[in-house]
Structure formats: C-alpha cells, structure tokens
Design a protein around this ligand. Structure first.
Ligand SMILES: C[S@@+](CC[C@H](N)C(=O)[O-])C[C@H]1O[C@@H](n2cnc3c(N)ncnc32)[C@H](O)[C@@H]1O
Length: 508
C-alpha cells in the first residue's frame, strides 16, 4: 500500500486517529505497551509495535461494536432503508418517491452495502463520526487491480492475471453503486456540505478506492442470527472462520491497523459488545504485532492486500490446466491409434460431466499455525489432487467407450500401466506449464538477487517464482512416483522369476 501524504501530515493523522479511538466510549488501548508506528520505510504503511514486553493473553485494545462501520451502524441505513432491504414502503423517508431507477431494485449484498456506507461516510467530510479513522485509510493501492498492462505482464503465465477482476468491479459499481448515489444525491451530497457532486468517472474511482479498502481492511463480523452464531462458535477453534459469506462485513478501526503475516502473534476475538485484540504469546519490546489473514499463497495475498511475504511462500500454489494433461495423454498414449473424431467424442463426454474441472490447483501439504501463531517445519509437495486422477480415469473410460473397447493401445485394464501413463502425462503437462512462463525459475532467482526492480515488479516476480517452485516440486514428486512404480514392477518380476523355477522344481 502506498500512502500519498507527506511525513508530518502522516504523523498528525496517526495522532488524531489514536486520540479519537481512545476517546470512543468502551474502547481501550494499552498505550503503555503498544503504539501505532510509521512503517513506510518497510512498505507497510502504519502498523502496531510493542513498546514493552507483552505477556501472553494480554488484551492490547478493545473496539466497541458501535465504532465499526457497517450496514448496521452507518446513518445511511436510516436515510435509504429500502436499499438496505429494511423498508420497501419508504413513505416519509427523506428520499421517498423514488422511481425504479434508484438502484433499490438491484440486489445489494454485504459488500456493496459497505461500499455505499463508506462512500456516504467519506462524502460527509467533517460531519462523519469516523472522520479521523477515514483519514488514515489508504487512497492508493498496490493490488494488481491498479497495475498497468506492462506491470501485469510481469506475472507472465500466472493464473492471477485472470483473477484481477477490474472489469467485474467496474460492472458492479456501475450497476449497484452509482445508480443508488445518483438517485439519492441529497443524501450523499447534502446541501451545504463541503463535498461537491462528483461526476460518474470520479464516483467510479472513489467507489473503486472504497472497494479496495474494504477488500484489504474489512472484517467478517459475527451476526446476531442464532444459527449463524452457532456456526461461528463451531468454527471458533480454527484460525480461519468459514461463514460462507453469511456474515456482515465491517470496517473495524484499530484492528485494521494491525499488519498481518503467516506467522503472527495476535488475534482478534469477536465478543458480544466489543472486539478485542489479544497477544497469543510473549511479544518482545520492538516487535511488530501481527494479525493473520489465513493460509494464503502470495498471489492471493497480493490480489487482496497488495503485498507478499516470505512466510506466505509456503502456501504458494500453481494451476495446472486440464488441457495440458489431455494433450500429453493424446501425444503419449493413444495419439496414433485414436481417430481425432473419437478423441473429440471422448472429450465431449468428459466435459459434460458435472464434476469436470478446467484446471487443478497444485499445492504443498502444510500444517496449520500452532495456538501461538507459529509455523512448523517446512512444507512438502505430497501429492497431486485426487480430482485430477479421477478426471484422468474418467477420460480414459470415455475413450474406451468411444472406441468400443477394441483398443489394446491404452492397456486400460492394467492398473500399473494406467498409473504410469497418468504420471507420464502429468509430468509432461507440468513441464509444458513451466514453459508457458517467459523466464525460468533460475532466471527469476537471478532477477531477484540482482535487485533492480520496482516494488510491483518484485512482487510479481515473487508470485511467478513461487508458482514455478511448486511446479518443480510437483515434477520431482511425480518422478519419485515413477521410480517407485518401476521398482515395484521390477521386484514383482524378480519375485515371479524366483517363484517360477521353485514352483516348477516342486512340481517335478
Ligand atoms: C488491514 S491494513 C493494515 C494497516 C496498514 N498497514 C495501514 O497502514 O493502514 C492491510 C494493509 O496493510 C498492508 N500490510 C499488511 N500486512 C503487511 C505486511 N506484513 N507487510 C507489508 N504490508 C502489509 C497492506 O498494504 C495491506 O493491504
């Protein structure tokens, strides 16, 4: 994240924010133990650092729930309740009498409602009760959504390029955000307020900024709904809570000043009236306090949060498209014997299967961080996804079916042959996948060592290097499997050779 204000204003904004936070009814902040610091020299914006040794389980700060910006706390909800799905009969409301173009027909979700609430609060300027907090939120981002085509090209063949999502975000803002703002201009741009009416291009840019802030800063909040609460409690012993998008999203001041890493030392607990930041272990004076965003590969960390870290490399993944595996199979096994039309038929059969997957994510096996947020030993590549093996089998079956089982070519009934064919095809596909990148793993290592990169270039090289490393480890794993298979076959043969004469001798 970049922060585009000079040093003194940066410090001033930090000070105002901390003072504002400490004055919130119900808030606590252990200023004897921690401080918000300027970490821009490390490209980390603001962060929270221990001033003195912190004991495990110490509550570092408390955020009262009503200090959170969310669909439930923003005044916007009272001003346009129908957009929040609260009141379809909005007679008597300030903006009643809207027509169908007011955006209220669009299906809003927790994401778009929070964008609207953030836009509203931002446009209120000094009148927003969150002004000192809004002042420390970023205005520019390092997430790939804001990269130029030349910068994006540094990802080379990474699947990340297809996930940047700029067009989808544009579409969402144009259909769900701008119409609501336009239909309620007196609400968003109140007469006499310092904010001037923005044109659509300015509004689009501002909504992108709010969306990206939410992506990198917002928390999933527990709901009052007893069913969802129950699900939350059940998920409580896991670091990453999966609430299937049912929860409300909220901007949580101070909790989101914590930076995060795959190895961390603090946790945010969601209480009934407040959220608390607690130390998971002893933290020494001078150490940064880290939260946790989950076991994310660096590519995903960059996509959502705009940074990468060495600790997150262990979670790196790479996508292996099915087409590459199929092409290898075609070339190696059945290429000469299966007519192209039969191959196409088999292909169609496989594609028609509901379970068909276009690509498979290859990842290492990795333990969760321990209860103190520490990571264990290094991770290893421990196997291909089961679904890839199943799809391969299903494809072979389709070929057999289409070719009326008159093919000895595939030796499909022999399990070992089939496994060998699978390993060969996957190995070839992994090598082909590696060739899709413009530079090799070794070249990337060299580029990183040479160190003459912009921050964005460096992060992109980290992402693509991480993917190539997984590809190499997967290849080594496949080779080991092939060796094992060969050795098993050889020892089976030897055993047959030993048994054969003995049996004969016995019979004689
Ligand atoms: C929730 S905010 C944390 C506070 C943020 N540093 C700030 O100044 O407002 C998340 C953003 O902080 C930055 N960040 C978080 N953890 C980081 C880390 N370990 N290293 C570098 N930047 C980090 C990223 O820009 C990310 O999008």
């Amino acid at each position: 994240m970049e922060v585009d204000i000079d040093g003194s204003r940066f410090a001033e904004r930090t000070r105002s924010f901390v003072e504002w936070f400490q004055a919130l009814p119900g808030a606590t902040f252990r200023s004897d133990l921690i401080a918000v610091e300027d970490l821009r020299a490390q490209n980390a914006g603001r962060g929270i650092v221990a001033l003195a040794d912190v004991e495990p389980d110490t509550v570092l700060f408390t955020i009262p729930r009503n200090a959170i910006i969310c669909a439930a706390t923003s005044q916007l909800r009272d001003k346009i309740p129908h957009v929040f799905g609260l009141d379809n009969d909005d007679a008597g409301q300030p903006d009643s009498g809207d027509d169908d173009d007011d955006g209220s027909g669009a299906q809003q979700d927790s994401w778009t409602l929070l964008i609207l609430a953030m836009l509203y609060e931002y446009l209120q300027g000094e009148s927003s009760r969150w002004k000192p907090y809004l002042d420390v939120l970023p205005t520019v981002f390092d997430t790939p959504m804001f990269w130029s085509p030349a910068e994006l090209s540094e990802f080379q063949a990474s699947a990340l390029v297809a996930k940047v999502g700029k067009d989808e975000a544009d579409r969402m803002i144009k259909t769900k955000i701008i119409p609501v703002v336009r239909a309620h201009e007196q609400v968003f741009f109140p007469p006499g307020s310092s904010s001037q009416t923005l044109d659509d291009a300015q509004l689009l840019a501002l909504a992108h900024r709010m969306g990206s802030t939410i992506m990198a800063y917002a928390f999933d909040l527990e709901s009052d709904d007893p069913e969802i609460k129950q699900a939350d409690e059940e998920a409580d012993d896991e670091w990453v809570e999966d609430r299937e998008g049912k929860t409300m999203l909220g901007m949580v001041p101070m909790a989101d000043i914590l930076n995060a890493d795959a190895e961390f030392n603090a946790h945010i607990n969601h209480g009934e009236d407040a959220l608390t930041a607690t130390a998971l272990r002893r933290i020494k004076a001078g150490e940064e306090i880290f939260n946790y965003y989950g076991p994310l590969p660096n590519g995903e960390l960059l996509r959502r949060y705009g940074y990468v870290t060495p600790h997150h490399s262990r979670y790196d993944v790479v996508e292996l498209p099915w087409d590459l595996v199929e092409a290898e199979l075609r070339q190696r096994a059945a290429g000469g014997s299966v007519a192209p039309s039969d191959w196409e038929k088999a292909r169609k059969l496989t594609l028609a299967d509901d379970a068909f997957e276009e690509s498979f994510v290859l990842e290492r096996a990795s333990d969760d961080p321990d209860s103190e947020g520490r990571l264990g030993t290094d991770t290893v590549f421990a196997g291909l996804p089961d679904e890839l093996g199943e799809q391969f089998k299903a494809f072979l079956k389709s070929i057999k079916k289409v070719c009326n089982a008159n093919l000895a070519v595939l030796a499909l009934s022999d399990g070992d042959m089939r496994k060998n064919l699978y390993l060969q095809a996957v190995l070839g596909a992994l090598q082909a996948r590696e060739r899709q990148y413009a530079t090799s793993l070794e070249e990337d290592e060299h580029i990183i060592r040479a160190g003459q990169l912009t921050r964005r270039q460096q992060m992109a090289v980290w992402v693509r290097r991480g993917e190539k490393q997984v590809l190499r480890e997967a290849q080594a794993w496949v080779r080991r499997q092939m060796d094992e298979l060969r050795n098993n076959l050889a020892s089976e043969k030897r055993a047959q050779g030993d048994d054969g004469p003995t049996a004969k001798r016995r019979r004689v």
